[in-house]
Design a binder for this molecule. Structure first.
Ligand SMILES: [Zn+2]
Length: 179
């Protein structure tokens, strides 16, 4: 089975957590949690710690927790970096997405009966596909924010290419180092 990374984001990376969930990756995030507890959960649940705190990053490495230090918190750059380091997909998969609010796998549906009691009639009439969160009961659809989602993922894929074009020549130099 391929390795599917799971994450835990520090308090400064809530926006990244939401995006990773949207892309289908199990990501824990707490608005307020102490560093020790964050490390403990990461270790026990074999999660990759994403942090903007260099001190916490070093402690994680010392404690045997996989961690990624995030220097530039812009979401496109962070997603590009995580995609290179941990091979996450930068494509939205409508059958495999998690609730941005609570990290629960969303149920994709085209059945109006399932969602009509929970959202406004105009929305029910306007859209054909919906996602329901079985845990927090939120309903999602491809509304106006959808354009933003596609744009951000487009830019993230471009950032990924940019980073790869910078690191590839370096890797070649390293691997040819002995020749
Ligand atoms: Zn939810």
């Amino acid at each position: 089975m391929p390795f599917i990374p799971r994450f835990i984001a520090d308090a400064m990376l809530g926006h990244v957590a939401r995006w990773l969930r949207l892309l289908g990756y199990d990501t824990l995030y707490y608005k307020s949690i102490n560093d020790w507890k964050l490390l403990k959960i990461a270790k026990e649940e074999d999660r990759i710690l994403l942090t903007r705190d260099q001190g916490l990053f070093r402690r994680a490495r010392k404690y045997g927790v996989r961690a990624l230090f995030i220097e530039d918190p812009s979401v496109e750059k962070v997603l590009a970096l995580i995609s290179i380091k941990y091979s996450i997909s930068l494509e939205f998969n409508k059958e495999d997405t998690l609730c941005p609010e609570c990290n629960t796998r969303l149920k994709h549906t085209t059945s109006v009966a399932e969602i009509s009691a929970k959202i406004k009639k105009e929305i029910v009439l306007k859209y054909k596909e919906f996602w329901i969160c079985p845990s927090c009961t939120k309903v999602y659809w491809q509304g106006t924010h959808w354009r933003t989602i596609s744009l951000v993922l487009d830019v993230a894929r471009q950032e990924r290419l940019k980073i790869l074009s910078k690191i590839k020549p370096l890797e070649r130099r390293v691997s040819n180092g002995g020749a």
